[in-house]
Design a binder for this molecule. Structure first.
Ligand SMILES: [Zn+2]
Length: 154
């Protein structure tokens, strides 16, 4: 892997995780700094959320497909291993079981195949796109920095 690629990957992953956390909070409470955990349905401050993935793994397709990433509290994500059964059940309720079955099969296949390997991803464009979306949301809600957002209280 080229050096420039390595330096783009982590910020891109972090970018998507940040974006998912803000949009997840907004979608569940209307506030950018408070959200409801996808799997335990409890309300937490954004600082207590992780980007939770439907399918465990570190492949690009799993880490970058926003549709299947939801905000999860640290209890669910770290202490309960992401609660995969519950995660799936709620996704089925949200999108329909048939749709989800099709997508899970697809994502599992892609994460094992040669598709969406590092060289297939336009890292810089993705990172910039996430940054743009993040900035638009932050500006819309009157925040300049992530730190500023984290300091907001529930
Ligand atoms: Zn939770």
């Amino acid at each position: 892997m080229s050096k420039s690629l390595t330096s783009e990957k982590t910020p891109t992953w972090n970018g998507v995780a940040k974006l998912v956390r803000i949009t997840g909070c907004l979608d569940t409470t209307g506030l950018p700094f408070t959200g409801v955990c996808f799997t335990c349905k409890k309300r937490f401050h954004i600082s207590f959320f992780d980007a939770g993935h439907l399918i465990a793994g570190r492949s690009n397709v799993l880490l970058l497909t926003r549709k299947f990433i939801k905000i999860q509290c640290r209890f669910c994500n770290r202490n309960y291993g992401g609660r995969p059964k519950r995660f799936r059940r709620y996704m089925d309720e949200l999108h329909g079981a048939e749709y989800m079955e099709r997508w899970v099969t697809r994502l599992r296949g892609w994460s094992k195949s040669a598709r969406f390997k590092d060289k297939d991803i336009h890292w810089k464009e993705r990172r910039q796109r996430y940054e743009r979306m993040y900035k638009i949301i932050m500006r819309k809600h009157g925040y300049k920095t992530w730190t500023e957002l984290l300091q907001e209280q529930n």
